[in-house]
Design a protein around this ligand. Structure first.
Ligand code: CP
Length: 319
């Protein structure tokens, strides 16, 4: 595996899932692969789970880890080619990616949507320019439009908790006080389409995701109808794709509550975290025995470890 930016970089999701479950059962069994190898983790925005679970995954594999907050601690990065750099940016992404590739065997990078320039976000400009100029494998730690390590962890969590071969999984929009990217939702849909689930998306009118992800998926604007007989409820806020980055007010009745969960098939509650309690989901739902949010976060270690191990093994093949 040379890069991990989307489910499209995975040949067989079920095979990767089996590997993740084996790694979770014996997380320190593959330390020989990471010995004397270095993982670099670069962040353009804050993180708790991605930062720590990726470090934990690398340490489980015997790797060294270097972490850098590019926004706060690095030089301001120039992305455009041919720019006369006499303004605010100090270092071109060509040099940055090239230099970091000399220090690291694998690089993880987290970028974030601008929510102002749809074309630039959906072209994944920062991530793709970094990959173009890096000389080592690159892992997305969340990009402008996708969050593959989160989605892979969600696939693991659903596989561990499903009680039927094809569970009903509902992705529901939920309220939030700020405009958020579509990345987690896009990515969840992309991965669920490759998993053995019946996927339903529910959101208020105006929050349609890009058709490139939702084509072929059942979508309803009736949240109660969607929740009926669901085995898993995955809550997430996202801003409008069409009216890019826009939000609407007055949708507080989309919060996931105990009453709504009562419509499900004793459904499990999922969220990628961090979550706004009593905005996205009520305390009684997230604190209930049916909440999987901590298990999802735990599985972030094993999704990252599985991807790192695939990359380390590919390097071995090249020797
Ligand atoms: N779910 C997730 O990516 O969490 P962080 O933003 O804390 O990394």
């Amino acid at each position: 595996m040379k890069k991990f930016t989307s489910v499209k970089d995975v040949a067989d999701v079920n095979a990767l899932l089996k590997k993740a479950l084996a790694i979770k059962a014996a997380p320190l069994a593959d330390q020989q692969y990471g010995k004397d190898k270095t993982l670099g983790l670069l962040f353009f925005n804050p993180s708790l789970r991605t930062r720590l679970s990726s470090q934990k995954a690398a340490m489980n594999l015997g790797m060294n880890v270097m972490v850098m907050n590019l926004n706060g601690d690095g030089w301001s990065i120039e992305l455009a080619d041919g720019t006369v750099m006499n303004q605010g940016t100090q270092e071109h992404i060509k040099e940055a990616a090239g230099v970091i590739s000399q220090y690291c065997d694998i690089i993880g990078i987290r970028t974030f949507a601008s929510l102002t320039d749809k074309e630039e976000d959906y072209q994944e400009t920062i991530l793709n320019k970094f990959i173009a100029h890096a000389t080592v494998p690159v892992i997305s730690l969340e990009s402008a439009t996708l969050h593959p390590l989160q989605s892979f962890a969600d696939v693991i969590t659903i596989a561990e908790h499903k009680k039927k071969d094809t569970p009903k999984v509902v992705l529901t929009w939920a309220p939030h006080p700020r405009a958020l990217p579509q990345a987690v939702a896009n990515s969840f849909v992309e991965w669920m389409k490759e998993a053995d689930v019946e996927l339903v998306i529910t959101h208020p009118k105006g929050y349609e995701l890009s058709a490139q992800f939702t084509e072929g998926v059942t979508i309803t604007n009736n949240q109660d109808e969607a929740f009926k007989d669901a085995d898993f409820i995955y809550a997430k806020n996202w801003s409008s794709f069409e009216d890019y980055g826009a939000t609407q007010s007055g949708l507080n009745d989309w919060t996931v509550t105990k009453e709504k969960m009562a419509l499900t098939n004793n459904g499990k509650f999922m969220h990628c975290l961090p979550v706004r309690r009593n905005v996205v989901v009520s305390d009684e739902v997230i604190d209930s025995d049916n909440s999987l949010v901590l298990e999802q976060a735990n599985n972030r270690t094993f999704s990252a470890q599985t991807v790192l191990l695939e990359m380390l093994k590919s390097m071995g093949d090249e020797k």
